[in-house]
Design a protein around this ligand. Structure first.
Ligand code: PLP
Length: 473
């Protein structure tokens, strides 16, 4: 692995470019181990370039803040999941994109072109996936409180439904029964989500596999659920699912999960259920800072494949279809957010603030999870990072801080600050807090940039506002 050797104060933004990793068997860097998009370069103007496009020029043309999405990085990550699954598993496989990380038309369309399936968690995500052309078989509908309307949309599409709890399972049975009575002959494909009881080291808000989780059936409910499903001819139980959490660097929990899932798989078969798929969830972490050291996509996939193969062998079971559903590790490092630096404030002896023209509305992760990010000044890439500053957003909220104690070169109003690794859970968790308009997004590749998300306008902000008649009298 290439590491940064310079001390923080003599390091420049350009040094972050060296944080690529060439340790995979294929010799190709694993996107989740790279701080910057794979296409990032410093050009002759000492500016950051992504996808062959000068970031300063992109901001001049498309405005600020700006999400800049590198198509090459996203496609490479998709290909690495797909290829590694094929290489390390003897049975059928499918990588599906956990689109909660960033669900929009263009992102979904790229993932679909790369041959992945998709996981959605709401009617809105499902609607967007359908718009992007995903087939019913490639689509998995998650969620711990799907509404009746959402279930009806899923049934109409015919996609796979990941049942999370008893209410949902009973509602599904009722809806499927009604469909059968009106002549529908195809049973509804249902997957079951279980809480596997596996702990992993990540923020408690993004940990889902431990027993005290709002997601999935408890292990003690397993037998009753299998029995219920074995008496529902309108519901076809296609497989089992579990997800242990997000931003995980350890491999052991994924190994343990394989054993838990395979044991449950054997039980399901013993109940006569036609299960053929095991979905191990997502969770592989990414490098947000130079000290983060996640395994590569290939290493993670190999671990999952080996663990599942060994567990099946141990239990004397044929290999099921292996499904995994990464989100963050597919898209996080493909995107950077460019901001324009504005006001600065020095609190003597305490800290220096520099403020950007966005913040918690376009990236709510720092205020929600205390997530740590790195940033560089895109128009002065080789300038030494001699200052320690706090990068604040422009929202009326003291906690609206994007990066505490960032190492940056001295900056001036108008400089372009680029926050790295913003592809996952940024746009998808964004808001209009303080009535800020959401940034535009541009897709970059080979020196070309195209808008895939229009910048919101003030008119968009009041699109759904209505003035009750008595107020206008
Ligand atoms: C059920 C499920 N699958 C997959 C994912 C994706 O996880 P990650 O983005 O860490 O890969 C999540 C994220 O929370 C999830 O809840």
């Amino acid at each position: 692995m290439v590491t940064i050797s310079a001390t923080p104060s003599s390091r420049s933004g350009a040094d972050y470019l060296r944080l690529a990793n060439a340790s995979t068997a294929s010799g190709q860097p694993s996107p989740n181990q790279s701080l910057l998009p794979l296409s990032a370069r410093v050009n002759a103007h000492d500016h950051l370039e992504v996808g062959g496009c000068d970031v300063k020029a992109l901001v001049e043309q498309y405005g600020s803040p700006l999400y800049i999405l590198d198509e090459t990085t996203l496609r490479t990550a998709c290909q690495q999941y797909r290829d590694a699954l094929k290489q390390y598993y003897a049975g059928p496989t499918l990588a599906i994109y956990a689109s909660k990380a960033w669900n929009c038309w263009a992102v979904d369309a790229i993932v679909k072109q790369e041959g992945l399936g998709i996981d959605v968690v709401s009617g809105g995500e499902l609607f967007t996936a359908i718009k992007a052309g995903f087939s019913a078989e490639q689509t998995y509908f998650h969620g711990n409180n799907k509404s009746r309307e959402e279930l009806l949309l899923a049934l109409e599409m015919g996609c796979n439904i990941v049942a999370d709890n008893w209410l949902e399972l009973r509602t599904l049975a009722e809806l499927a029964q009604a469909r059968a009575q009106s002549g529908e002959t195809k049973p509804v494909p249902v997957m079951l989500r279980f809480t596997p009881g596996i702990e992993c080291h990540t923020h408690e808000y993004i940990r889902t596999g431990h027993l005290d989780s709002k997601f999935g059936f408890d292990p003690e409910q397993q037998q009753a659920v299998f029995e219920f499903l074995s008496q529902q001819p309108q519901l076809r139980c296609i497989g089992l699912h579990a997800h242990i959490g997000s931003q995980i660097f350890e491999l052991q929990p994924h190994h343990d999960l394989a054993e838990v899932l395979v044991r449950a798989f054997g039980e399901a078969q013993a109940h006569g259920l036609p299960v053929s798929q095991l979905n191990v969830g997502g969770g592989l972490g990414i490098r947000y800072t130079e000290s983060d050291d996640p395994p590569s996509i290939e290493t993670w996939v190999k671990q999952v494949c080996d663990a599942l193969t060994a567990a099946c062998e141990a239990h004397g079971l044929a290999l099921p279809q292996l499904i995994c559903e990464p989100g963050r590790s597919l898209i996080a490092s493909a995107c950077v957010t460019a901001y324009t630096i504005g006001s600065q404030k020095e609190v003597p002896g305490i800290r220096k603030y520099i403020t950007v023209d966005g913040g918690m509305s376009d990236n709510p992760r720092p205020i929600t999870y205390e997530s740590v990010y790195r940033a560089i000044v895109a128009n002065r890439m080789s300038a030494p990072q001699t200052e320690t500053v706090t990068v604040a957003g422009k929202h009326c909220e003291s906690g609206d801080v994007l990066i505490k104690d960032a190492q940056l070169p001295p900056t001036e109003p108008g400089d372009i600050l680029v926050v790295l690794g913003t592809g996952a859970y940024n746009y998808s968790m964004s808001s209009n807090y303080n009535r800020l308009t959401r940034p535009a997004g541009v897709l970059v590749q080979g020196g070309e940039a195209e808008v895939f998300l229009e910048r919101e306008t003030y008119a968009d902000l009041i699109r759904f506002d209505r003035l009750p008649e008595r107020l206008s009298r």
